[in-house]
Write a protein that binds this ligand. Sequence first.
Ligand SMILES: [Zn+2]
Length: 413
Amino acid sequence: MARDDMFERLWDGTAEMEEWTEAVSEGAITHVAENIITVHTTYFCGSVTAIRTRGGVVLIDTAKPETASQTLAVVRKWDDSPIHTVIYTHGHIDHTSGIKVIDEEADARGLPRPRIVAHRNVQRRMERYETSQGFNSIVQGQQFNKPGYVYPIGQRRPDEVYDDALSLAVGDEQFELFHGRGETDDATFIWLPKHRVLASGDFVIWVFPNAGNPRKVQRYAADWAEALRRMEQLKPEILIPGHGPVIFGADRAAEVLRDGAEALEHLSRETLALLNKGATLDDVLHAVKVPARYLSKPYLLPKYDDPEFLVRGIYHLHAGWFDGNPAHLKPARHSDLAAELARLAGGADKLAKRAAELSREGQTRLAAHLAEFAGRAAPEDAHRPGDPRRRFAKFRRRRDFLDGKGLPCRLPT
Ligand SMILES: [Zn+2]
């Protein structure tokens, strides 16, 4: 089967997730178990799982409006009964905002809208999205290269929330919901004991755990590892990740869960060990690395988040915003510091030229500092034709998009 071939190539690292995304873009169905399907439309939006019960269909996540119609059409070819309950794995909009399409379908058919079940913090997240809409619009607009993007708010809130765990019976199916923190503080993973199927939500996303994403709220690497360990103990035979293809087989599911947990435990343990000895953020950032054996796994590639950013997140969780450099406690304005350095160097051009040299030598970290100083010391020169700083436009764009490897950052948020 073509799909299985592709899975094997993803698993052995010879296929890229972009190829899978292309293959599922018409709306693809994975038959997970009797009465359970997962619907995929793209890697970049959360998958949706549908469970047929005697009480109606239960959905795990909804995708977003652009993909929810396609998803619902696939579900409807498989089962036409009313949607009884929707479980959100967390409050990110690529998992929840498709509820609009599902509600509209229920309204059009004269059926009650489905009950929404989620962790209590999904409610708080949605409230936070209301108060930080401008910021979220800017960040998402930059991340996904959509100038003028407006972050959607005002979607329907959960009807039923829980704190630690919740047992849910719908028709003849049993759903065990467990809360953990990881990418978000409102996450749920769902265990279907009869089928030994685990829907992990974004605790498993076929890339390195997204626990350090810059410009996003605090994330929880150690808790993420703990949640993966709890999932491992359930011994699932089928693992449905939040994004990407379903993983069949107890051994493979265990491997994915265990490797993810170990990589996160390593980062947390090493960062804390240094913190406890008085290390600064600078020390920690340049000392703590993920062992290569994890980064080479096709489901742990650092394509979206960078382990270095996770180290920052772990530091921040324990030590707050101060990095240990006294000059950063009450810093000068960046433009004042840049002007002073340009004066010492003999002009902003000197800084820019040195930045270009360093960049050519591959010292992009240093080059970025000097290019920033040059640009801030002489902002009026920023776009002068022939100016050596122009060569940094590409570099700056890459850096702004939070990706050191030249890959497009269009992955989950
Ligand atoms: Zn997601």
